[in-house]
Design a binder for this molecule. Structure first.
Ligand code: GDP
Ligand code: MG
Length: 598
């Protein structure tokens, strides 16, 4: 039967180990695209993914593979992101698969995200096929990596495929193992429909496009369906798959991975993780769905042009469909006007959302400094959650401030253990334990404040270990810390969007650093602008931006053409992300600087 020839699998790996490139080789081997249509990392369809060389969104394609044994198989391949911020995309795709290719770089070996992704795959009961990639590299050491897979992960690596996604070595072997080792989906095509929604997006013409994995039953064009979490019914207009060209079909049945459209106009009518069933003869209960992701980082997003507030709200609604981890609610700032407080899984996620809003919806934004969520116990016994530093209650009302901690696992060659401990200590970390993984590698485990690892922790970690250490972390509750709110005053006015929460011990140094940095970033105005950092009523640091002298500019606009052009370009750039705060023009970088310095 068709069902017995379906194989659903995902590719998991630490970032940069070659998932997307291997997906290209599989696309080629199944002749999904002609040579002319292939570009590198084909499944990274978003411009943003191509430019940054990272996978942000999961991507599902149906491929037809004519095996050497003469049989034709149907593969559903789901490519997934590697960065920690997007691991929710990974877990969503794994729930739609029976197997996973585990790609490990033959030179780098097993890394923290390799391990984290294997755990996700095991939780979903997937058959795991180890692939040691990049064996073409001169410093590849496949035998050592095989041993690591056995010792560190505990998987049998005796049949691991030695591959080069770059040259194509090993691709045939990978395809053969997919067929032999990954089970065909089980399920009854005649049972009541249960289809898991694993992604969605908004299309201006077709309405909401819902991506599903059919677990039981069959869905056809013309069927009346409903989402099990909602009440409304819809008529299926289109059923199809991506090959990666869009191909319409008459039906999707057990094991199929594809999309449906049904004139769903409101973004609130579908939820990732929900189950699609028939309006008549519905399934008894929904599929397990997904764990809800809680944002770890918040920031305010404000349209530079205040008239575009409604556009921003609509854009966030549409983006939310395609990014189920995004959360937002309206907020007002004295300095910036009407905007939204948005929640993200991490800084990369925040950065990507902001960029998608600007590109896909054409809205220029100011983002305030990211903040974690603080739990504040008040003297009257009540408590509040604060995700916006400017909303931190006055000190006299606060009994205790708690901040989120993570348990960080840093996998490193033994040589760098000292450097890592020093870094963690500097970031207010508390040592938990060390695990010796094999003769060369150690897991260093620390409890760290989330706010401390948000910004440059990862970069410092990489640079102080020559790129060899890798990081994975999970939330680990809240702890009391000695935190205070620091306000920034421009021209004597407190700017709510520039407030930050800092550790008492570092408050003076950071106040000073922030004030100095703002002095560099905020352009001179027609008048003198004092900048102050304050804790409560107490000014802890101050500096002054001198007034603009007209002749300085005049000089720049003189003869030197290239210099003039540069200046104009710079102004243009600056203009795009500049917001008038009271009487002072403040550039986007200033809002981020508050965070970088704190
Ligand atoms: P992903 O982050 O896991 O999706 O990794 P990519 O597929 O984007 O690959 C990361 C980098 O490694 C890219 O520059 C690829 O060209 C390169 N790469 C992938 N596979 C191989 C390989 O087999 N050999 C070599 N030498 N480079 C590879
Ligand atoms: Mg990729």
């Amino acid at each position: 039967s068709r069902q017995s020839r379906i194989r659903n699998f995902s590719i998991i790996a630490h970032i940069d180990h070659g998932k997307s490139t291997l997906a290209d080789r599989i696309l080629e081997a199944t002749q999904a695209l002609t040579q002319r249509e292939m570009k590198a990392q084909t499944l990274d369809a978003m411009d943003l993914e191509r430019e940054r060389g990272i996978t942000i969104k999961l991507n599902a394609v149906e491929l037809t593979y004519k095996a050497p044994n003469g049989e034709t198989y149907i593969f559903h391949l789901i490519d997934t992101p590697g960065h920690v911020d997007f691991s929710y995309e990974v877990s969503r795709s794994l729930a739609a698969c029976e197997g996973a290719l585990l790609v490990v770089d033959a030179a780098q070996g097993v890394e923290a995200q390799t391990l984290a992704n294997v755990y996700l795959a095991l939780e979903n009961n997937l058959e795991i096929i180890p692939v040691i990639n990049k064996i073409d590299l001169p410093n590849a050491d496949p035998e050592r990596v095989k041993q690591e897979i056995e010792d560190v992960i505990g998987l049998d690596a005796s049949e691991a495929v030695l591959a080069s996604a770059k040259t194509g070595i090993g691709t045939d072997d990978i395809l053969a193992q997919i067929i032999d080792k990954i089970p065909a989906p089980d399920g009854d095509p005649n049972a009541p429909l249960q289809a898991l929604i694993f992604d969605s997006l908004y299309d201006a013409y077709r309405g909401v496009v819902v991506y599903i994995r059919v677990v039981q039953g069959t869905v056809r064009v013309g069927d009346k369906i409903k989402m099990m979490a909602g009440e409304k019914t819809f008529e299926v207009l289109e059923v199809g798959v991506s090959t990666p060209k869009i191909e319409n079909r008459q039906e999707l049945s057990v094991g199929d991975v594809g999309f449906i459209t049904a004139s769903i106009k409101s973004v609130h009518d579908t939820q990732v993780g929900d189950t699609v069933t028939h309006a008549e003869h519905p399934a008894e209960k929904p599929l397990p769905g997904y764990r809800k992701m809680n944002p770890m980082v918040y920031c305010g997003l404000y349209p530079i042009d205040t008239a575009r507030y409604d556009d921003l709200r609509e854009a966030l609604g549409r983006l939310e469909l395609n990014d189920s981890a995004l959360q937002y609610e309206p907020e007002t700032s004295e300095a910036l006007g009407f905007g939204f407080r948005c929640g993200f899984l991490g800084l990369l996620h925040m950065d990507i959302v902001q960029e998608r809003l600007e590109r896909e919806f054409n809205i220029d934004l100011i983002a305030t400094a990211p903040s974690v969520i603080y739990q504040v116990k008040l003297t009257d016994g009540s408590s509040v959650r604060v995700g916006n530093p400017s909303e931190m209650p006055e000190r006299k009302f606060i009994a205790e401030v708690e901040e989120p901690y993570v348990k960080a696992t840093i996998m490193t060659p033994n040589d760098y253990v000292g450097a890592i401990m020093e870094l963690c200590q500097r970031k207010r970390g508390e040592f938990v334990t060390m695990e010796y993984l094999d003769a060369n590698r150690t897991n260093v485990i620390y409890d760290l404040p989330l706010s401390e690892i948000m910004y440059d922790f990862f970069d410092i970690l990489k640079s102080s270990t020559k790129g060899y250490a890798s990081l994975d972390y999970e939330m680990d509750g809240y702890r009391t810390s000695d935190l205070v709110k620091m306000d920034i005053l421009l021209n004597g006015e407190r700017v709510d969007a520039l407030s930050v929460i800092v550790h008492q011990e570092f408050a003076y140094d950071r106040g000073k650093a922030i004030v100095e940095r703002l002095k560099e970033l905020i352009p001179r105005q027609q008048f003198e602008v004092p900048i102050q950092a304050a804790i409560g009523q107490k000014i802890i640091s101050r500096s002054t931006i001198k007034a603009l002298r007209k002749n300085v500019l005049a000089k720049c606009y003189g003869g030197d053409v290239s210099r003039k052009r540069k200046l104009l370009e710079k102004q243009k750039e600056g203009k795009k992300r500049m917001k008038a705060v009271g009487s002072v023009e403040v550039p986007q970088e200033a809002f981020m600087a508050v965070f970088r310095m704190s």
